[in-house]
Design a protein around this ligand. Structure first.
Ligand code: SF4
Length: 908
């Protein structure tokens, strides 16, 4: 592939071929957004080479940025002056510590000589600080060079495993406590290894503040590798990320970009014994246990062992500094996806999970999944720092829902009961050994769990499967009302949350349950829990009564769900959200086990605010970003981003304009007005008219026709009606009919048969000219599936897929937006706009399944006169909106369809 260098406004954009003008525009706008530190919303339809434009645009900017930075640094060191008169042009890469004093702080009317003096002093200070930073960085580089990354790696490891060290420290304390015989039971009564399950003495952060040496922190900071300016690119799925990495490899930047792919331990672990544990939780726990064990071992070598019975689990053979150092360098040398990283790790016998993380500071491009970037705690744990960095969020059409989902939490009645029982038994066993603070918090947790069940109308002491609730239905509460109603408003949930995090009580409980199952209750407890025990065991079939020998675990065990308390911690954390930003939904079904408490996040912007605040620039990109008002208002304005910082860019399609025929059809062949409201759409005449339209379209469209219905239920009704009326039989003369399957595992099979049928028809001839696929908006075929070429020559949208306005969650969200966002004159109120936007987002996703590349063509038919309203048309992607034709009657619409498809080649 020949590399071309494109120039736009003096900027060089290396590109693998001569780019289309829309690609040039995309790169130029992206460059401007990154350079000016803006927030960009970029829309570029599938098939227009969005990834390549993102790569070449963003990496060209990074190249120039680094170059300018080096030049500027060299100039400063040479001249030793910073002309403050040029301060408005002050290089944007200067770190926040170089920000000058704002003019506004200077008293008005001060004499000139004072101003000059202050200015001179500022200049000198700035130069001094710049020099200091230069010297510090140089020194650090030399030192790091000298110690050949070993110390650096140790410190990086230390930083990343700070959490694990905290656990280790607590564990150590608890061992000392046990060794000193603080409990009334002698140590010998504990099972071997039990000491690891006992909670250590708990101190809050304030209490232990003085304990940690400041020097230690400073030294660590000093030696920590600098995070250079980089681009964090995230997408939804691993296959999208892998695709992106392959695009980078093929791009002109593929040879010399330092790219790191980040993934979970589940994806990257190469220790077969650990990987075979299956679930992410078990893999994480075992890996961390192994690292801890390594620390224990080295500590044991330093200190005289206090106990002889201490057991050590083998450290992971793939976690050694030397091997990781080699792997880290290898990672940075060439662009690799997750699979290549795993192979490399296996070859080098070094862990790719840690190897890739250690490579973050020096990387230029970090590729990672959504969750890792958008979830604050995960981001921190992964060693990601966003200060001054660039973030690109791709496939972002569902970004608001994604953030909402990440921070929402639902816990069932069963989970509350299960956690309560486990914790109670834990306390029974170790209560006498736990210090007062631990006991206090455990009792608080037990109380909270009991109250959560009570507020649902159940009893924590009985089997949730057999408890039927007298009151059923859904109730929605503000956070404060919920806390009040549950009678937990006097508990400081921030402290409980912090305790859970720091003490790692859920991890210990998980270990305890793994070790003993849930059959360790005292005789008093056991008699109380009769029957309940059976329920608990039925929930955890893999739990055993006796400790499982460590060596046997690997193959024998199947993945298990994580500890219920771990899950509940997410709910507790959610309850600390500000009252106005979330709601609690009490969902009471027939039995307690089926009932649940759900936290609904109303304001995802609270979690996005940190990203936009810390980053230098953020780009939100996708194939269909319309309607963008949601992003602007719900996400960015609510996160405190000024409107001027937001830039929108929407590029056309690479297909010639004549390759698309989008039509809005307002009435059918028998002049029936098309309006598929809830009231009208079930009328037989509406279903008949829809059938007639489809029959006509199938007569003129070759290959595949994909028809979307607003819901499964409506699709089922229409199908049954057509079956009865004989329309299905008439349709079958032209198209073989397929229906979207209910089960996800059948999707592939249906798609295979659908495409096979279309291919066969293309060759065999006969009356059947292709296939008709009846699908559902928001279903399994409406996202991520590619109906290119003959698979989708026509996409039909029956009605407008408005979300269920009666849903309490949606109503609450609408009310929230109406209260929070300003009403713009001449526009729908924010709540109503949300409903329209959700509907049009779903439409855009579905119709975007067709036309996937430059030579593709298709017709798009929107059946409902409500589509003709300008505010609705305005929410279609620009490349469709610009071509859309509104047809009041069916005749002209049908004529346009016939002409469009007759002039184009039939199935290949
Ligand atoms: S260090 Fe790496 S290879 Fe070893 S168990 Fe942990 S994730 Fe797996």
């Amino acid at each position: 592939m020949a590399n071309k260098t494109q120039e736009d406004g003096g900027i060089h954009f290396p590109f693998p071929f001569t780019p289309y003008s829309i690609q040039k525009d995309f790169m130029a706008e992206l460059y401007r957004v990154l350079d000016a530190g803006k927030i960009g919303i970029f829309e570029s339809p599938t098939g227009t080479g969005k990834s390549l434009s993102l790569i070449c645009g963003a990496l060209s900017w990074l190249r120039d940025f680094e170059q300018k930075k080096h030049q500027e640094e060299a100039r400063l060191l040479e001249t030793g002056t910073v002309p403050l008169s040029d301060r408005k042009d002050q290089p944007p890469f200067l770190s926040s510590s170089f920000k000058e004093t704002p003019d506004t702080l200077r008293p008005a009317g001060e004499p000139d000589w004072v101003t000059q003096f202050v200015q001179k002093k500022e200049e000198r200070d700035l130069v001094d600080r710049l020099k200091e930073e230069q010297v510090r960085r140089k020194k650090r580089e030399e030192r790091l060079q000298q110690i050949r990354h070993n110390a650096q790696l140790k410190y990086a490891a230390k930083r990343m495993r700070r959490e694990e060290e905290e656990m280790e420290r607590l564990l150590h304390l608890s061992r000392e406590m046990l060794a000193e015989g603080t409990g009334t039971e002698p140590l010998e009564q504990l099972e071997c290894g039990d000491e690891e399950l006992v909670l250590a003495e708990y101190e809050s952060d304030e209490e232990k503040g003085a304990a940690r040496g400041v020097d230690e922190e400073e030294e660590e900071e000093d030696l920590e590798e600098e995070h250079i300016t980089k681009i964090y690119y995230c997408s939804r799925t691993h296959s999208q990320l892998a695709q992106f990495v392959h695009e980078v490899q093929r791009s002109p930047f593929g040879k010399d970009t330092r790219l790191v792919s980040l993934g979970s331990r589940q994806n990257l672990c190469i220790n077969e014994d650990v990987k075979n544990l299956g679930s992410a939780q078990l893999i994480n726990d075992r890996c961390m246990e192994m690292q801890r064990s390594k620390h224990e071992k080295s500590r044991a070598e330093d200190e005289k062992p206090k106990r002889r019975r201490q057991e050590h689990q083998a450290a992971c053979p793939f976690y050694s500094y030397e091997q990781l150092q080699l792997l880290r360098d290898e990672v940075l040398v060439g662009v690799k996806d997750i699979e290549q990283l795993v192979s490399l790790g296996k070859e080098a016998r070094a862990c790719p999970y840690y190897g890739s993380r250690f490579a973050i500071p020096a990387a230029q491009l970090v590729v990672l999944p959504y969750q890792m970037l958008l979830h604050g705690a995960t981001r921190q744990a992964a060693g990601i720092r966003l200060q001054g960095q660039v973030v690109v969020i791709d496939e972002a059409h569902n970004l608001i829902d994604t953030i909402t989902g990440i921070y929402s939490a639902e816990v069932s009645g069963s989970q509350f009961c299960q956690a309560h029982s486990q914790l109670l038994q834990y306390m029974e066993r170790y209560g006498k050994r736990l210090k007062a603070k631990n006991l206090m918090y455990i009792k608080q947790l037990l109380y909270l769990l009991e109250q959560f069940v009570t507020v649902l109308g159940g009893n924590i002491k009985q089997n949730p499967n057999t408890q039927s609730l007298s009151q059923t239905g859904t109730e929605l509460k503000t956070i404060n009302d919920f806390l009040f109603q549950s009678q937990i408003d006097n508990i400081n949930l921030f402290k409980v949350r912090r305790y859970c995090e720091k003490s790692m009580v859920s991890r210990k409980l998980f270990g305890f349950t793994e070790r003993y199952g849930t059959v360790l209750a005292s005789s008093r407890e056991q008699s109380r829990l009769a029957g309940f025990q059976h329920f608990l065991q039925s929930l955890q079939p893999a739990l055993t009564e006796t400790p499982v020998p460590h060596g046997d675990e690997g193959e024998a065990r199947v993945p298990r769900s994580a500890s219920p308390l771990m899950h509940i911690e997410g709910f507790l954390a959610a309850l600390t959200t500000a009252n106005q930003d979330g709601r609690v939904i009490l969902n009471r079904q027939g039995s307690l086990s089926q009932s649940s408490l759900k936290f609904l996040l109303l304001n995802p912007a609270v979690h996005f605010a940190q990203v936009v605040k810390e980053c230098r620039a953020v780009v939100i990109a996708g194939g269909t970003m319309q309607p963008v008002s949601d992003f602007r208002e719900q996400l960015l304005a609510c996160a405190g981003v000024e409107a001027e910082r937001v830039v929108e860019f929407s590029c056309g399609h690479v297909i010639p304009p004549d390759n698309i025929l989008p039509l809005v059809i307002c009435s059918g062949p028998s002049s029936q007005q098309l309006e598929f409201t809830y009231q009208k759409r079930e009328l037989p005449q509406m279903m008949d008219e829809t059938g007639r339209i489809l029959y006509n379209l199938c007569n003129v469209v070759p290959g595949g026709v994909v028809c979307f219905f607003p819901s499964y239920e409506y699709q089922r009704q229409v199908h049954a009606h057509w079956d009865k009326s004989g329309l299905l039989a008439r349709l079958a003369v032209r198209k073989k009919i397929f229906q979207e399957p209910k089960r996800a595992n059948q999707v592939e099979q249906v798609l295979l048969e659908y495409s096979r049928c279309i291919k066969c028809c293309g060759h065999v001839g006969g009356t059947v000219t292709g296939a008709l696929l009846l699908s559902v908006v928001g279903g399994k075929m409406s996202e991520g599936i590619n109906f290119s070429d003959d698979l989708g020559r026509c996409v039909v949208m029956v009605g407008m897929p408005y979300p269920n306005i009666k849903s309490p969650e949606l109503q609450e969200k609408m009310a929230y937006l109406d209260q929070t966002l300003p009403r713009i004159p001449g526009q729908a109120p924010p709540g109503k706009a949300l409903v329209e936007n959700l509907c049009m987002k779903a439409v855009n996703q579905s119709i975007g399944r067709a036309i996937r590349h430059q030579k593709d063509f298709a017709s798009i038919v929107l059946l409902d006169q409500r589509y003709a309203r300008p505010p609705i048309l305005g929410k279609l992607p620009a490349w469709i909106r610009d071509r859309v034709e509104v047809k009041a009657t069916f005749g002209p619409a049908f004529a346009a369809m016939r002409k469009f498809h007759r002039e184009r080649p039939g199935p290949s």
